[in-house]
Each structure stands twice: as C-alpha cells, then as structure tokens.
Design a binder for this molecule. Structure first.
Ligand code: PGA
Length: 254
C-alpha cells in the first residue's frame, strides 16, 4: 500500500442546522485528532458553512475541509452551484463526486468524469463515489461498479490518476442500520483494485485510496479495517454529524 494513514471523510449532507453546531463538531474533531497522527480527517460541511469551517480548521492544521459537490464547469450562469475554484479559494481541498444521493438526482458518469477532471486541475482531491444498487448472482454488479470507475476517471490525465480517491458505497448500505457482510465489502474492494491495476497499471493502483461507506460507526469501522487490509478508510454520513458518534469513531481507530 502506498499509504498507511487512515483516510476518514465525514459527509455532513444537509446537517447540522446551525453554524454554531458545525463549529462545535470542527472544534471537537480537532481536539481529538491532535494525538491521532495516523488519521487524515476530512470534513465536508454544507456549502454555506465551508468557508467558516475551513477558516477555523486552517488555524489548527489538523482537519481538512471538503465540499459535497462542485459544478463541472469552471464558471458560468449556474444558479445555486459552486465551482471547484470557489471551493478551493475558501480552503477546501477535497470534493465528493457522484455521491449516490446526487446520482439519484440524475448525475451521470460523464458528469462525474468532468467534475473529477475539474477538481484535479483546480487542486482538489476528488472522492469518486461508486456502488451498486443491488447484487445479482452473475456478478454484473462488479462490472457496473468497474464501469463507474473507468468512466468517472476517463478524463483524468495520466499524471493525476493516482490522486483520485474511490469511495465504495453500496446504495443499500447508505442510511442502513449496519453494513453488509465484511466478505461482500472485501470482494468489491479487491475487484476495484483489480480494475485500477488492469486499466491504469500497478503504480496508479497503488496510489489510489479506496474507502468504504455505508453505516460506518465505531462499532463497525475497526473490524472492517482489520478484516480488509486493502481498505484505506471510510466515508461516513450519519456518524460524522453526531458529535459523540464521531468522537467514538475517531477514538475507535486508534
Ligand atoms: P451513512 O451514509 O454513513 O449515514 O450510512 C454514508 C454516506 O452517505 O456517505
């Protein structure tokens, strides 16, 4: 593995309700992470809170900040959207691309590919989210996830491919009470690594981090990391905006 650090990405979605609560989660995360040098932590607040939280985080240089989405264009008449350059200019260094909740609104693989390209050429690390709706007996789901990766990375120049992060999130696990069987997650993580190696070569595959997301918390994360050595970390929804669950999760990864 190219990296031994755990990458922990918190996707706050449309939570919390107030900037005060958002600041409190950032403060708490910084305080706990001070002694956890083996964890790279990225918080992805709602766009409206990003500048404020990034400013607070930049003083302590522990937590990194990401946005939950960007527009594929550099700039333009796109009401309500945020550009990669704007995200970068307020201190964001990561961006989620193709989260299942955005794909459900119609985001396509080619739009994801444009966003991944825009992110990388603007200095943001794209976290490309992929995952199947359901599993079939013939293994078509493996091919579908593989296609999401190759299409999502199709516009990335060769020298930037190793910077992409892949987050595997089976759609049925997002918001579910618990993740699928470890063996199912492991199978997909190996399939993703195989796709990366076959399509881009071993050097790129070594540098691409693969995360798992879907019902991750302190009760599931340590065992998943232990059971799946090819896993680099997690993309976390609910447990990242609940101050206690988030703290418990970080501590559980010691
Ligand atoms: P969850 O969401 O951790 O609440 O299941 C994961 C995600 O949507 O990224």
């Amino acid at each position: 593995m190219a990296q031994t650090k755990i990458l922990l990405v918190g996707n706050w979605k449309m939570y919390p309700e107030s900037i005060e609560e958002a600041r409190a989660i950032e403060r708490r995360s910084n305080a706990i992470l001070k002694t956890k040098k083996h964890i790279t932590c990225v918080l992805c607040p709602p766009a409206l809170f990003v500048a404020d939280i990034a400013r607070a985080a930049s003083r302590k240089k522990i937590v990194h900040i990401g946005v939950q989405n960007i527009h594929a264009d550099h700039e333009g008449a796109h009401t309500g959207d945020v550009s990669a350059a704007q995200a970068h200019s307020v201190g964001s260094r990561y961006v989620l691309v193709g989260h299942a909740e955005r794909r459900a609104l119609g985001e396509t693989d080619i739009e994801c590919a444009k966003k991944v390209f825009m992110a990388l050429t603007t200095g943001l690390v794209p976290v490309l989210c992929v995952g199947e709706k359901e599993r079939d007996a013939h293994g078509q789901f493996l091919k579908n996830v593989s296609a999401q990766i190759t299409e999502g990375m199709s516009l990335v120049p060769q020298h930037l491919r190793g910077r992409v992060v892949i987050a595997y999130e089976p759609i049925y696990a997002i918001g579910a009470p618990k993740p699928p069987q470890e063996s199912e997650i492991h199978h997909m993580v190996l399939s993703i690594r195989k796709t990366l190696t076959q399509v881009y070569g071993a050097a790129v595959a070594r540098n691409v981090s693969v995360l798992y997301g879907g019902a991750v918390d302190a009760s599931t994360a340590p065992q998943l990391l232990h059971a799946i050595p090819e896993l680099h970390g997690f993309l976390v929804g609910r447990a990242s905006v609940d101050a206690k669950k988030w703290a418990d999760l970080i501590i559980s990864l010691s």
